[in-house]
Design a protein around this ligand. Structure first.
Ligand code: 5GP
Ligand code: ZN
Length: 138
């Protein structure tokens, strides 16, 4: 399904132009218009899902499978030293476009991109309980 007034549905359909790296019947891989670094790309399924909670597992497999191919090409072309895969869900996580997409962000030593967090302390019993509780919901 295409969602009205969704910018990524419009890009996926070709109604809004984009610097396109690759297109299949399932998804488009484009360059981000406001990149974190040169070569920052997005993989955008053509079918609208707001986020990972709604995404079909088969589509997720196709997106990640293509990410391996795109990552190698982007590394070769940009000469990046590293690369982050980022995928934001919900405003709290930094999602600004509510159409599922995966970021491929090339990284260069000393660049100013931040994909980091402060590490919390854990306690093994609580961790095991939490793991069990989450497992029940799978
Ligand atoms: P989010 O914050 O939702 O994970 O990422 C949205 C990304 O989409 C941002 O990095 C933003 O620069 C990119 N973006 C937003 N609008 C457009 C657009 O019209 N064209 C392209 N190529 N990228 C866009
Ligand atoms: Zn959409």
């Amino acid at each position: 399904m295409i969602k009205e007034d969704c910018i990524f549905c419009k890009i996926a359909k070709g109604d809004i132009p984009s610097a396109t790296i690759y297109e299949s019947s399932d998804f488009k891989c484009i360059l981000d218009v406001a990149p974190a670094n040169k070569g920052h790309a997005l993989i955008i399924p053509k079918e609208h899902s707001d986020n990972i909670y709604e995404l079909d597992a088969e589509m997720a497999a196709k997106v990640f499978s293509f990410a391996t191919i795109a990552a190698r090409a982007i590394k070769e072309e940009t000469g990046c030293d590293g690369l982050n895969i980022v995928q934001n869900n919900g405003e709290a996580a930094g999602q600004t476009v509510n159409h599922f997409h995966m970021h491929i962000i090339p990284r260069f030593k000393g660049d100013d991109v931040k994909v980091t967090w402060k590490q919390l302390e854990t306690e093994s019993e609580a961790q095991n309980e939490l793991a069990k509780a989450i497992k029940k919901r799978l």
